[in-house]
Each structure stands twice: as C-alpha cells, then as structure tokens.
Design a protein around this ligand. Sequence first.
Ligand SMILES: [Zn+2]
Length: 387
Amino acid sequence: MAGGFRLFKIYGITISIDFTWFIVFFLFSWSLAYGYYPSEVPGHTVGAYLVMGSISAFMLFVCVLIHELSHSVTSNKLGVEVKEITLFIFGGVAQLTREPDTPAKELKIAVMGPVASGILALIFYLISIILVNLEVSGPVLSVIKFLSLINVVLLVFNMIPGLPLDGGRILKALWWMKSGNINTATSAAGHVGRAFATFLIFLGFLQMLSGNFSGGLWAILIGVFLMQAAKSSVQHQQLEYGLEGLTVGDIMTEAPHVITVDISDKLDRVVDDKFFHYHFVSFPVMNQGAPVGLLSINAVRNAGRDSWPTTNVLQVMEPLTRNNCLSPGDSVMAALIAMNSTGQGRYVVLKQDTLYGVLSRRDILKTIDFKGRLAGTETKNGASGAG
Ligand SMILES: [Zn+2]
C-alpha cells in the first residue's frame, strides 16, 4: 500500500489514493465508453461515450469515498480512531490504529458502509424516476441509472460474509457476540473470506478459458487481493490479542542486564567486543552513567571499515530524542507500530532520563508466540472442563 498520494482531509481523516486506482479509472471509463454505454444508449459519438464513461468512473470514486467515510466517521465517533483512508481498486482501506474492543462497535462500523451504498443506490434510482417523469432520456438518464446499479453492486459485493469485506466484519461481530471469543470469530470470518477469494480466482480462470480474458483477469486480481487482505486481518487480530494490556515495562530487558557502549569507545573495539559478541543490531550509548544515544550496526557500517580505529561512538551514534525512546508505561502495540514505521528494531526505554531497559522487536515476537501457546492450552482446558 506504499504507492499512493494524499488528496485532502475531511472530518479529520486524510484521504489518500493508491496508484492502482488510476489504472482502474482508465480501464473502467474505457470499458463503459466502448461497451456498456453504446449498447445502452446507441447513436451517440465516441466523444460523448468517453465523457459518460469518465463521469461514471469519477462518480464511482465519490460513491466509494462516501461508503468508506461512513465506516470511518462512525468508527471515530465510537472512539476507534481512523486517521487515513486509502482508496484503491473497488474500495478503500481505512487505517485503524486499533481494532474495535466490543462486538457492538465492530457491527456498527461494518454496517454503515453498506447502508451508505444502499442509500446512494436509492437516491440515484429516485433521480432516474424523476428524470423519466420529466421526459429526460438519453445520456444523462443512463449515467444516473448506471450509478444506481453500481451502488447496488458495491452493496452486494461488500455484504459477502468473509473478511476483509463488510459482510465478513458483520459475521465476525455476530459470532463474537454469541461466543464471546474474538479469536475464533475472526478466524471463522477469515476462512470464509479466503474461501470466497479462492472461488473468485477459480471463476476468473474459468472465464479466461471460455474466452472472456479481461473479465477473468479482473476476477483473479480481486481474488488475490482479497486473499492477502483476509490473511492480514487474521494476523492483525492475533497480534492485538497477543499484546493486549501489555506495557513496555512488562516485557523489556531490564537495565542491569542491558549491554551498553561508552560514548568514547572506538568503533573497531565496539564491533569486536559488542556487535560480534552479542549479535544485537544496536546498543544504548552511555556518557558517565547517563543514556545519550543509540549506536546501530548500520551507522557503524556507513562510517566505513577504514575509519573504525579512529572514530568514536559519539561521532556516529543517533542522539536520543522523544521519537526514538520508549517509556515503561507505553503499550507494546504502540511500540510495535513505532518500530514498523521507523524501521528501527530496538528501542531504549527511559525512566526519568535514566536507562530503564531495552525493548526489541524480538522481545515482542517472543511474547506473542508465548501468549499464543498459552491461549492454546487455555482453550483445551476450557473445553474439557465444559464437557
Ligand atoms: Zn465497506
């Protein structure tokens, strides 16, 4: 999802557009202008069809945006913060910082998108009826009819009950309400999502074999995308579950056990004594007992091997700032999000400007693994107890 750019901000939410959307915009306008509209309203110029196709594709974008905003505005109202929406092929992805913490919230957020698409379909349908009564026909009427139809398609497609689609989120919420277990609910909705994606890919191949090459290709592309998204929905849930309620202080390596380097050490000594010995990617830097920076293996490499004997740690370290430190009370989920966005795998933990510990991505992954194993035994015990 890296290839895109920001369009504007509305209700405090940044709207971004993925580059794939431009390909879709072009293909969509083209297929409407050369296929759909000439057969719906014959007898117009190619130019007229192209205008109709482009307006329809643009309005599809607006409708998808309204659908996504309906989810996100609801989400923000319920306290599940959404800061950015990225629009791509046939929909959008709202970047949640956290998942909803109750099934009722999940359900409300999921339902609002299809509701918006349904209302849009109805509005365009009513407009088309008014136009017919005013005896307006031709291009304007057929564009309005098409917009009503495409919103019905968006509604139906999104209601398929597999993650990451809205129907999948609704299924997850209902299952979660009934069972009280968000993990089984998520994996069930994830399985349906993957089954649907597999079906779509299969259908795509069949269509291609029967001669409908472009239609088949679309089905396969959407299927592959949904498959990926279904997997990552489930993984994200496992992560949230594994890290729920944990703070940095709970799982960090505590200060007495942290290996540090001194500000005046020469790099060749640090490479031999620290990096090769302990195999960490970075070390906290100390100056007279106080933490002042972080020395990463990348900084050492960038300094160049020839200069190691004459360069000291101070010259290449990254000074500690608010952005590259953690506090013991920070949530582990927030720490992981920070690690993913900065690419830095090890953070210094400070308490009142003294070195309190170090937290690495490896510590977090070990915790998730450990909690996953514990959860497995819990379920088994629970089942035998109930039986
Ligand atoms: Zn939706």
